[in-house]
Ligand binder design. Structure first.
Ligand SMILES: *[C@@H]1O[C@H](CO)[C@@H](O)[C@H](O)[C@H]1NC(C)=O
Ligand SMILES: *[C@@H]1O[C@H](CO)[C@@H](O)[C@H](O)[C@H]1NC(C)=O
Ligand SMILES: *[C@@H]1O[C@H](CO)[C@@H](O)[C@H](O)[C@H]1NC(C)=O
Ligand SMILES: *[C@@H]1O[C@H](CO)[C@@H](O)[C@H](O)[C@H]1NC(C)=O
Ligand SMILES: *[C@@H]1O[C@H](CO)[C@@H](O)[C@H](O)[C@H]1NC(C)=O
Ligand SMILES: *[C@@H]1O[C@H](CO)[C@@H](O)[C@H](O)[C@H]1NC(C)=O
Ligand SMILES: *[C@@H]1O[C@H](CO)[C@@H](O)[C@H](O)[C@H]1NC(C)=O
Ligand SMILES: *[C@@H]1O[C@H](CO)[C@@H](O)[C@H](O)[C@H]1NC(C)=O
Ligand SMILES: *[C@@H]1O[C@H](CO)[C@@H](O)[C@H](O)[C@H]1NC(C)=O
Ligand SMILES: *[C@@H]1O[C@H](CO)[C@@H](O)[C@H](O)[C@H]1NC(C)=O
Length: 690
């Protein structure tokens, strides 16, 4: 996700616009504009797709069809994924392929799988990888900066690209630098040289996935850097690019954009952004953060995604407006098409709104996308912050040059609520006749039109799926059935990496915290949590009890662990999480009950009985204003709680970096007695694989 940074951009004048109000020429005679690089979305930054692996296969297929299948839904042309770095990167943590310098594993997380599913549906989709955080060892001693030893970082990133090919047959097309953080010029040059040496010349560098400014100046001053960089990728440019960026001659990308609530207003914002990123800023690719809200309510930026699929427990999902807004461009174009020039197919309408025209490589197919959005409250539109003035207007498109012989155009329209009319989204209308080279349109505010020679276009659908149900309140998890190094479906790690590991009998599969060292953070150091945390369950739970068996690592173990209930937040703010936290320090035979994760609001401290050398059973319950806890079934307390959050997630984790194993978790309502637990209830396990 983005930083709240405003970049001072200034607009540049392109062409002189159309002379006659209401009349707009579509003509290739003056030549083309820039090449079109595609519309995409981001899975990650971070853990945004977390719940997808937990859905039944049937619904996973449907969700992926809405995202990737050509001519069905969003028909994405670029998939950008996070290269996991073991640290929080907005909604959670994605696992690194190298937790340690001696470790390599290309089966962690879900991004490989999502890329495979995307390629399966659209072999032409472009893949783009970008790190947010890095494992600590990549920082070579710094947790703030991965550039101290560029060779280390280059090797780490190139291994990810090679691993994609070797283990998943995926060709990575683009690689970024460091999400919204300072770049390193020596790193970028070394990355280019290394890619070339390792026969990865086709992997292109997008730099620097931050903001205009630094990277643009660096490219203008350094021809070796300019040669290394394929495209300049900037975030949330508010449709504007500075003159210097254009002067580099590089393709300009909004390599992260949108970030808006996925209702009609957010969808409208995306429609305007897709057009105006080219009209105003000459940007030839726009990539939405994020692809899917696949993370628990109410983690930050909830529903700022093309669609919503965050309820694996009931398999329900929602296809939101931005999916169809994306389709208005992607279903009628391909990467490699060209924009027409400003003033002859690209521009603003005098009554507000904008139009872009794209032409296929053979020059024969034409797609015109029109938007007349008036809403403006969302980040993707910054600047300006005030609504656009858009009026009802009649426009005439005059087709010239190669397009003069076109006799009809297919028409697709989205119309948002305006003047009391109901919304219609991505609807095919009757083809429009071109008379005397002219097409006349009556435009209302808040509409999107695609006029195209392409016979494509399809509003994909499935029979309505399951309805919403509660997360099961009696939840037993023994981690059996998962494959090695996978993440349990319902656990949403917020720091560190928790993976299913087979340990032999008697425990068989356990959940292991894998990270031994503080990662190079993406969240600001002030809010970065300093030890691993995982959350699970329903944020709305109030009176809840959790028990679990836990064991510290025999080697490289953490110094303790914790269980928690009523955990009130995740994301970059996890370090200020409040709730009820029970920390156990086995070697010191101590426990700490705290009202916050940082143990600044300690409720009580005490001692525990001598722990077992390996596994110990811990339980914690909050009911009304009281907390209860046990250690190996011995009561530790029954204590009154200070005021704090009334509800939240169940949490678990380690008190320092290092290994710890977790097994046999049971969550249940606080007022359930163990005798009330029956075989019947235990069927409410989540079972991986369907
Ligand atoms: C990496 O860290 C080691 C140990 O501090 C140091 O000796 C080495 O010079 C560092 N490498 C670079 C390139 O800074
Ligand atoms: C380099 O890559 C090309 C295509 O990507 C492949 O055909 C060729 O065999 C590779 N060469 C080596 C030495 O790996
Ligand atoms: C198009 O209109 C927008 C909104 O009024 C304006 O900010 C922008 O400068 C215009 N762009 C061009 C290229 O005229
Ligand atoms: C983190 O907390 C601060 C202060 O409470 C708040 O302003 C900010 O919006 C929070 N950030 C997120 C991503 O929730
Ligand atoms: C272009 O248009 C023709 C019809 O005019 C169509 O048959 C063809 O498939 C189109 N395809 C592309 C990619 O241009
Ligand atoms: C657009 O054209 C229609 C039909 O010719 C006409 O009724 C309407 O008043 C025009 N609207 C504007 C805003 O000029
Ligand atoms: C368009 O029509 C003209 C005659 O009106 C003809 O000479 C020309 O070849 C046609 N062009 C195409 C691309 O069909
Ligand atoms: C929790 O409650 C809120 C407010 O009633 C509701 O919007 C939300 O959907 C609930 N959360 C879940 C996971 O059902
Ligand atoms: C423990 O850490 C050391 C390096 O500090 C490493 O060599 C060893 O492989 C690690 N062992 C495990 C089980 O992680
Ligand atoms: C247990 O608590 C739930 C609310 O968490 C309540 O709905 C239910 O009635 C309670 N059951 C008993 C037996 O007290």
């Amino acid at each position: 996700m983005y930083l709240h940074v405003f970049v001072v951009s200034f607009c540049f004048v392109i062409g002189s616009g159309d002379p006659t109000p209401g009349k707009y020429t579509i003509d290739d005679t003056p030549g083309y504009g820039r090449g079109f690089d595609g519309i995409g979305a981001i899975s990650g930054g971070g853990a945004t797709s977390k719940q997808l692996p937990g859905y039944m296969f049937k619904y996973q297929d449907q969700i992926f069809d809405f995202l990737f299948k050509p001519n069905f839904g969003a028909s994405l042309q670029i998939l950008k994924v996070e290269i996991g770095g073991d640290a929080q990167s907005s909604e959670g943590t994605e696992a690194s392929h190298m937790h340690n310098s001696w470790d390599e594993n290309y089966y962690r997380g879900y991004e490989w799988w999502i890329m495979e599913e995307a390629k399966k549906r659209n072999p032409n989709i472009r893949l783009y990888g970008l790190p947010w955080a890095f494992p600590g060892w990549v920082g070579n001693g710094s947790v703030h900066d991965p550039w101290g030893d560029p060779q280390l970082t280059v090797d780490y990133v190139v291994k990810w690209i090679e691993g994609a090919k070797v283990f998943h047959h995926l060709d990575i097309d683009y690689i970024g630098i460091w999400n919204e953080r300072p770049h390193s010029v020596p790193y970028i040059k070394l990355l280019r040289r290394t890619l070339d040496q390792r026969n990865l010349t086709s992997v292109r560098i997008v730099a620097a996935d931050g903001f205009w400014g630094g990277i643009v100046q660096d490219i203008l001053q350094d021809s070796e850097l300019a040669d290394a960089v394929d495209s300049i990728g900037t975030h949330y440019p508010g449709t504007l690019s500075p003159r210097e960026a254009v002067m580099t001659g590089k393709q300009l990308w909004a390599s992260e954009d949108y970030g808006s609530f996925n209702d009609e207003i957010g969808g409208g914002c995306w429609a305007r952004t897709l057009n105006m990123n080219y009209v105003n800023g000459l940007m030839t690719s726009s990539i939405a953060w994020c692809m899917v809200t696949g993370f628990y309510y109410p983690l930050p930026w909830y529903r700022d995604a093309l669609m919503t699929a965050n309820r694996a427990w009931d398999n329900s999902y929602t296809v939101n407006t931005p999916i169809w807004i994306t389709a208005h461009t992607t279903q009628f174009t391909e990467i490699g098409w060209h924009y027409l020039a400003h003033g002859s197919g690209v521009g603003n309408f005098s009554g507000g709104g904008s139009y872009v025209s794209l032409v296929s490589p053979d020059g024969k197919n034409l797609t015109i996308v029109i938007e007349t959005m008036s809403h403006d409250h969302s980040v993707c539109t910054r600047p300006p912050l005030s609504p656009y003035t858009v009026s009802q207007q009649n426009v005439t498109l005059v087709l010239k040059g190669s397009f003069r012989n076109i006799t009809t155009l297919n028409v697709w329209r989205t119309r948002f609520q305006y003047g009391g009319k109901a919304s219609t989204v991505f609807r095919k209308l009757r083809p429009v006749k071109v008379r005397r080279n002219r097409v006349k349109l009556q435009l209302l505010p808040d509409e999107v039109y695609t006029l195209t020679t392409m016979p494509t276009g399809n509003k994909g659908s499935f029979p309505s799926g399951p309805s919403q149900g509660d997360f099961p309140f009696i939840y037993l998890e023994n981690f059996e059935g998962y494959s090695q190094n996978s993440e349990p479906f319902t656990f949403a790690q917020q720091m560190g990496s928790f993976e299913v590991i087979y340990t032999g009998v008697p425990h068989k599969n356990v959940l292991r915290q894998m990270v031994l060292q503080e990662p190079v953070s993406w969240c600001s150091p002030e809010t970065q949590i300093q030890h691993p945390l995982n959350i699970v369950g329903d944020y709305n739970w109030t009176d809840v009890s959790v028990e679990m068996e836990i064991k510290l690592g025999d080697v490289n173990g953490s110094n303790g662990y914790f269980l928690a209930v009523r955990v009130d937040r995740g994301g970059c703010n996890s370090s200020s999480a409040r709730g009820v936290f029970l920390y156990i320090y086995p070697s010191q035979k101590q426990f700490v009950l705290s009202a916050d994760i940082g143990q600044t609001s300690t409720i009580m401290k005490g001692s525990i009985e001598t722990p077992n050398p390996a596994w110990n059973k811990v339980s914690l319950k909050a009911e009304g204003n009281y907390a209860d806890a046990t250690f190996n079934d011995v009561s530790l307390m029954h204590v009154q709680l200070p005021s704090g959050p009334a509800n939240g997630f169940v949490g678990l984790g380690t008190s320092s970096w290092g290994l710890a194993d977790f097994d046999n978790m049971l969550i249940q309502p606080a007022n359930w007695t163990s005798t009330a637990r029956t075989q019947e209830d235990s069927r409410l396990y989540f079972k991986p694989g369907q």
